[in-house]
Design a protein around this ligand. Structure first.
Ligand code: SAM
Length: 278
Protein backbone atom coordinates (compact mmCIF):
# COMPACT_ATOMS: atom_id res chain seq x y z
CA UNK A 1 0.00 0.00 0.00
CA UNK A 2 1.07 3.63 -0.44
CA UNK A 3 0.47 6.59 1.82
CA UNK A 4 -0.03 9.68 -0.35
CA UNK A 5 0.83 13.02 1.26
CA UNK A 6 -2.32 15.19 1.03
CA UNK A 7 -2.41 18.91 0.11
CA UNK A 8 -1.73 21.53 2.82
CA UNK A 9 -5.38 22.35 3.52
CA UNK A 10 -6.40 18.70 3.66
CA UNK A 11 -3.53 18.07 6.03
CA UNK A 12 -4.60 20.96 8.28
CA UNK A 13 -8.22 19.74 8.31
CA UNK A 14 -7.09 16.19 9.07
CA UNK A 15 -5.04 17.40 12.07
CA UNK A 16 -7.96 19.58 13.16
CA UNK A 17 -10.25 16.54 13.17
CA UNK A 18 -7.74 14.66 15.37
CA UNK A 19 -7.29 17.46 17.91
CA UNK A 20 -9.66 16.12 20.59
CA UNK A 21 -8.18 12.61 20.47
CA UNK A 22 -4.63 13.97 20.28
CA UNK A 23 -5.22 16.13 23.34
CA UNK A 24 -6.79 13.31 25.35
CA UNK A 25 -4.45 10.45 24.39
CA UNK A 26 -1.18 11.68 22.89
CA UNK A 27 -0.30 14.94 24.67
CA UNK A 28 -0.25 13.32 28.15
CA UNK A 29 2.12 10.59 26.87
CA UNK A 30 4.39 13.21 25.27
CA UNK A 31 5.25 14.95 28.54
CA UNK A 32 8.27 12.76 29.34
CA UNK A 33 9.72 13.41 25.91
CA UNK A 34 8.97 17.14 26.18
CA UNK A 35 10.93 17.19 29.44
CA UNK A 36 13.89 15.53 27.71
CA UNK A 37 13.80 18.09 24.90
CA UNK A 38 13.44 21.11 27.21
CA UNK A 39 16.30 19.90 29.44
CA UNK A 40 18.54 20.87 26.50
CA UNK A 41 17.55 24.56 26.72
CA UNK A 42 16.58 25.11 30.35
CA UNK A 43 13.45 27.27 29.93
CA UNK A 44 13.30 30.05 32.53
CA UNK A 45 11.87 33.50 33.26
CA UNK A 46 13.14 36.12 30.81
CA UNK A 47 13.49 33.59 27.95
CA UNK A 48 11.40 33.96 24.76
CA UNK A 49 10.58 30.51 23.41
CA UNK A 50 8.73 29.54 20.22
CA UNK A 51 7.10 26.11 19.79
CA UNK A 52 6.28 25.32 16.14
CA UNK A 53 3.62 22.71 15.33
CA UNK A 54 2.84 22.78 19.02
CA UNK A 55 -0.21 20.50 18.92
CA UNK A 56 -2.11 20.90 22.19
CA UNK A 57 0.95 22.03 24.12
CA UNK A 58 3.01 19.14 25.50
CA UNK A 59 6.18 21.25 25.16
CA UNK A 60 4.68 24.75 25.41
CA UNK A 61 2.83 24.22 28.68
CA UNK A 62 5.94 22.80 30.36
CA UNK A 63 8.13 25.66 29.08
CA UNK A 64 5.59 28.23 30.26
CA UNK A 65 5.34 26.50 33.66
CA UNK A 66 9.12 26.95 33.94
CA UNK A 67 8.62 30.69 33.46
CA UNK A 68 9.57 31.26 29.79
CA UNK A 69 7.41 33.58 27.63
CA UNK A 70 6.06 31.09 25.09
CA UNK A 71 4.52 31.56 21.66
CA UNK A 72 3.01 28.29 20.42
CA UNK A 73 1.95 28.01 16.78
CA UNK A 74 0.11 25.32 14.87
CA UNK A 75 -1.76 25.38 11.55
CA UNK A 76 -4.74 23.47 13.02
CA UNK A 77 -7.14 25.88 14.81
CA UNK A 78 -8.58 23.07 16.96
CA UNK A 79 -5.12 22.18 18.27
CA UNK A 80 -4.59 25.83 19.26
CA UNK A 81 -8.05 26.00 20.87
CA UNK A 82 -7.14 23.08 23.10
CA UNK A 83 -3.69 24.47 23.83
CA UNK A 84 -5.31 27.75 24.94
CA UNK A 85 -7.70 25.77 27.16
CA UNK A 86 -4.69 24.09 28.80
CA UNK A 87 -3.03 27.51 29.29
CA UNK A 88 -6.21 28.86 30.93
CA UNK A 89 -6.59 25.79 33.14
CA UNK A 90 -2.97 26.19 34.33
CA UNK A 91 -3.30 29.99 34.64
CA UNK A 92 -0.40 30.52 32.22
CA UNK A 93 -0.72 34.10 30.94
CA UNK A 94 2.83 33.70 29.49
CA UNK A 95 1.64 31.11 26.91
CA UNK A 96 0.25 32.60 23.70
CA UNK A 97 -1.26 30.17 21.15
CA UNK A 98 -1.54 31.29 17.50
CA UNK A 99 -2.79 29.63 14.32
CA UNK A 100 0.04 29.72 11.77
CA UNK A 101 1.72 27.66 9.06
CA UNK A 102 5.23 26.69 10.12
CA UNK A 103 6.41 26.94 6.51
CA UNK A 104 5.84 30.73 6.60
CA UNK A 105 5.86 32.06 10.15
CA UNK A 106 4.13 35.40 10.55
CA UNK A 107 6.78 36.47 13.08
CA UNK A 108 9.65 38.97 12.85
CA UNK A 109 13.29 37.93 12.37
CA UNK A 110 15.45 37.30 15.46
CA UNK A 111 12.67 37.34 18.05
CA UNK A 112 13.23 34.20 20.15
CA UNK A 113 16.02 32.90 22.37
CA UNK A 114 14.88 29.35 21.65
CA UNK A 115 12.76 27.83 18.85
CA UNK A 116 11.66 24.21 19.24
CA UNK A 117 9.65 21.75 17.19
CA UNK A 118 8.86 18.27 18.48
CA UNK A 119 7.44 15.93 15.82
CA UNK A 120 6.56 19.15 14.03
CA UNK A 121 8.77 20.43 11.17
CA UNK A 122 9.96 16.83 10.89
CA UNK A 123 6.50 16.09 9.39
CA UNK A 124 6.41 19.06 7.00
CA UNK A 125 6.33 18.37 3.26
CA UNK A 126 9.04 21.08 2.98
CA UNK A 127 11.16 20.36 6.02
CA UNK A 128 14.01 22.62 4.81
CA UNK A 129 11.70 25.60 4.69
CA UNK A 130 10.34 24.81 8.17
CA UNK A 131 13.89 24.66 9.57
CA UNK A 132 14.90 27.88 7.79
CA UNK A 133 11.89 29.62 9.35
CA UNK A 134 12.88 28.42 12.84
CA UNK A 135 16.41 29.73 12.27
CA UNK A 136 15.15 33.07 10.89
CA UNK A 137 13.07 33.94 13.97
CA UNK A 138 15.83 32.90 16.43
CA UNK A 139 18.15 35.58 17.85
CA UNK A 140 21.89 35.34 17.13
CA UNK A 141 23.35 33.04 19.78
CA UNK A 142 19.92 31.47 20.39
CA UNK A 143 19.09 27.77 19.98
CA UNK A 144 16.91 25.72 17.65
CA UNK A 145 15.84 22.29 18.96
CA UNK A 146 14.26 19.57 16.83
CA UNK A 147 12.70 16.28 17.92
CA UNK A 148 12.05 13.65 15.23
CA UNK A 149 11.40 9.90 15.03
CA UNK A 150 14.41 7.61 14.74
CA UNK A 151 14.43 4.80 12.14
CA UNK A 152 11.21 2.89 11.40
CA UNK A 153 12.37 -0.32 13.11
CA UNK A 154 13.06 1.62 16.34
CA UNK A 155 9.61 3.19 16.46
CA UNK A 156 7.68 0.33 18.02
CA UNK A 157 4.13 1.66 17.59
CA UNK A 158 4.46 1.24 13.81
CA UNK A 159 6.10 -2.13 14.16
CA UNK A 160 3.27 -3.29 16.42
CA UNK A 161 0.51 -2.07 14.11
CA UNK A 162 2.21 -3.21 10.89
CA UNK A 163 2.95 -6.61 12.50
CA UNK A 164 -0.65 -7.02 13.70
CA UNK A 165 -2.04 -5.97 10.30
CA UNK A 166 0.24 -8.44 8.52
CA UNK A 167 -0.77 -11.26 10.86
CA UNK A 168 -4.51 -10.53 10.73
CA UNK A 169 -5.13 -9.31 7.17
CA UNK A 170 -4.15 -11.60 4.30
CA UNK A 171 -2.38 -9.63 1.57
CA UNK A 172 -1.65 -6.57 3.73
CA UNK A 173 1.54 -4.84 2.66
CA UNK A 174 3.04 -2.17 4.91
CA UNK A 175 3.74 1.31 3.50
CA UNK A 176 7.02 1.50 1.54
CA UNK A 177 10.05 2.73 3.50
CA UNK A 178 11.93 4.10 0.48
CA UNK A 179 11.51 7.03 0.16
CA UNK A 180 10.69 7.25 3.86
CA UNK A 181 7.19 8.49 4.80
CA UNK A 182 7.32 12.15 5.98
CA UNK A 183 7.50 11.37 9.72
CA UNK A 184 10.77 9.51 9.07
CA UNK A 185 12.51 12.09 6.88
CA UNK A 186 14.83 13.13 9.78
CA UNK A 187 15.33 9.58 11.10
CA UNK A 188 18.98 9.51 10.02
CA UNK A 189 21.09 11.51 12.49
CA UNK A 190 23.52 12.62 9.74
CA UNK A 191 20.65 13.93 7.62
CA UNK A 192 19.23 15.75 10.65
CA UNK A 193 22.61 17.36 11.46
CA UNK A 194 23.16 18.36 7.84
CA UNK A 195 19.73 19.92 7.49
CA UNK A 196 20.21 22.02 10.63
CA UNK A 197 23.58 23.19 9.33
CA UNK A 198 22.01 23.97 5.92
CA UNK A 199 19.44 26.10 7.75
CA UNK A 200 22.35 28.29 8.92
CA UNK A 201 22.85 26.82 12.41
CA UNK A 202 26.26 26.07 13.93
CA UNK A 203 27.57 23.79 16.70
CA UNK A 204 24.89 21.27 15.73
CA UNK A 205 24.68 18.31 18.12
CA UNK A 206 22.24 15.42 17.68
CA UNK A 207 21.66 12.31 19.75
CA UNK A 208 18.87 9.88 20.55
CA UNK A 209 16.59 9.32 23.49
CA UNK A 210 14.08 6.59 24.20
CA UNK A 211 10.46 7.63 24.62
CA UNK A 212 8.66 5.09 26.80
CA UNK A 213 4.89 4.94 26.44
CA UNK A 214 3.03 2.93 29.07
CA UNK A 215 -0.37 1.62 27.93
CA UNK A 216 -3.06 0.02 30.08
CA UNK A 217 -4.15 -2.24 27.22
CA UNK A 218 -3.88 -2.91 23.49
CA UNK A 219 -7.25 -1.15 23.10
CA UNK A 220 -5.84 2.02 24.66
CA UNK A 221 -2.79 1.75 22.39
CA UNK A 222 -5.06 1.42 19.32
CA UNK A 223 -7.08 4.53 20.26
CA UNK A 224 -3.88 6.50 20.87
CA UNK A 225 -2.31 5.36 17.61
CA UNK A 226 -5.43 6.38 15.68
CA UNK A 227 -5.23 9.89 17.21
CA UNK A 228 -1.50 10.39 16.72
CA UNK A 229 -1.25 11.19 12.99
CA UNK A 230 -3.76 11.29 10.10
CA UNK A 231 -1.44 9.05 8.08
CA UNK A 232 -1.87 6.19 10.55
CA UNK A 233 -5.63 6.51 10.19
CA UNK A 234 -5.12 6.13 6.44
CA UNK A 235 -3.21 2.91 7.07
CA UNK A 236 -6.15 1.30 8.87
CA UNK A 237 -9.07 3.14 7.20
CA UNK A 238 -10.10 0.34 4.83
CA UNK A 239 -10.54 -2.32 7.52
CA UNK A 240 -13.94 -3.92 8.06
CA UNK A 241 -15.22 -4.16 11.64
CA UNK A 242 -14.28 -7.82 11.66
CA UNK A 243 -10.73 -7.15 10.41
CA UNK A 244 -10.33 -4.37 12.96
CA UNK A 245 -11.36 -6.76 15.74
CA UNK A 246 -8.86 -9.33 14.45
CA UNK A 247 -6.02 -6.79 14.36
CA UNK A 248 -6.85 -5.71 17.91
CA UNK A 249 -6.85 -9.32 19.04
CA UNK A 250 -3.37 -9.84 17.59
CA UNK A 251 -2.22 -6.62 19.26
CA UNK A 252 -3.59 -7.84 22.57
CA UNK A 253 -1.50 -11.00 22.15
CA UNK A 254 1.59 -8.90 21.37
CA UNK A 255 0.98 -6.84 24.50
CA UNK A 256 0.66 -9.97 26.63
CA UNK A 257 3.87 -11.35 25.17
CA UNK A 258 5.67 -8.09 25.93
CA UNK A 259 4.42 -7.92 29.51
CA UNK A 260 4.68 -11.62 30.38
CA UNK A 261 0.93 -12.27 30.35
CA UNK A 262 -0.81 -9.08 31.46
CA UNK A 263 -2.80 -6.64 29.31
CA UNK A 264 -0.48 -3.66 29.93
CA UNK A 265 2.73 -2.93 28.04
CA UNK A 266 5.38 -0.25 27.70
CA UNK A 267 6.10 0.57 24.05
CA UNK A 268 9.34 2.29 23.12
CA UNK A 269 10.23 4.80 20.44
CA UNK A 270 13.67 6.08 19.55
CA UNK A 271 13.59 9.85 19.07
CA UNK A 272 16.36 12.02 17.60
CA UNK A 273 16.95 15.30 19.42
CA UNK A 274 19.11 17.93 17.74
CA UNK A 275 20.25 21.35 18.90
CA UNK A 276 21.86 24.05 16.76
CA UNK A 277 23.01 27.60 17.53
CA UNK A 278 22.02 30.58 15.38
C1 SAM B 1 2.57 14.88 15.88
S1 SAM B 1 1.84 16.43 16.25
C2 SAM B 1 3.05 17.11 17.38
C3 SAM B 1 2.45 18.11 18.32
C4 SAM B 1 3.37 18.54 19.47
N1 SAM B 1 4.59 19.15 18.99
C5 SAM B 1 3.68 17.34 20.34
O1 SAM B 1 4.83 16.89 20.34
O2 SAM B 1 2.76 16.86 21.01
C6 SAM B 1 2.14 17.35 14.78
C7 SAM B 1 1.54 18.77 14.81
O3 SAM B 1 2.05 19.48 13.68
C8 SAM B 1 1.03 20.33 13.21
N2 SAM B 1 1.41 20.72 11.87
C9 SAM B 1 1.55 19.89 10.79
N3 SAM B 1 1.90 20.62 9.71
C10 SAM B 1 2.01 21.92 10.12
C11 SAM B 1 2.34 23.14 9.47
N4 SAM B 1 2.64 23.18 8.16
N5 SAM B 1 2.37 24.27 10.19
C12 SAM B 1 2.05 24.26 11.51
N6 SAM B 1 1.71 23.15 12.18
C13 SAM B 1 1.70 21.99 11.49
C14 SAM B 1 -0.21 19.48 13.34
O4 SAM B 1 -1.39 20.25 13.30
C15 SAM B 1 0.03 18.80 14.68
O5 SAM B 1 -0.52 19.56 15.73
Amino acid sequence: MTITPPAAEQLRDAWDALAAGYDAHVTPLTRRLARDLLDRVDPRPGMDLLDVAAGTGAVSVMAAQAGARVVAVDHAPQMIERLRARARAEDLSNLDGRVMDGHALDLPDETFDVAVSLHGVALFPDVDRGLAELARVTRPGGKVVIGAFGPFHKVEPFGFVAGAMKAAIPGFTPPPKDPPPLPFQLADLDVLRRKLADAGLSAVAADTTTWDMPFESAAQFWTTFASANPAWGQMTAGLTDQERAQVQQVLDGMFRERSGGGPKAVIHTEVNLAVGTK
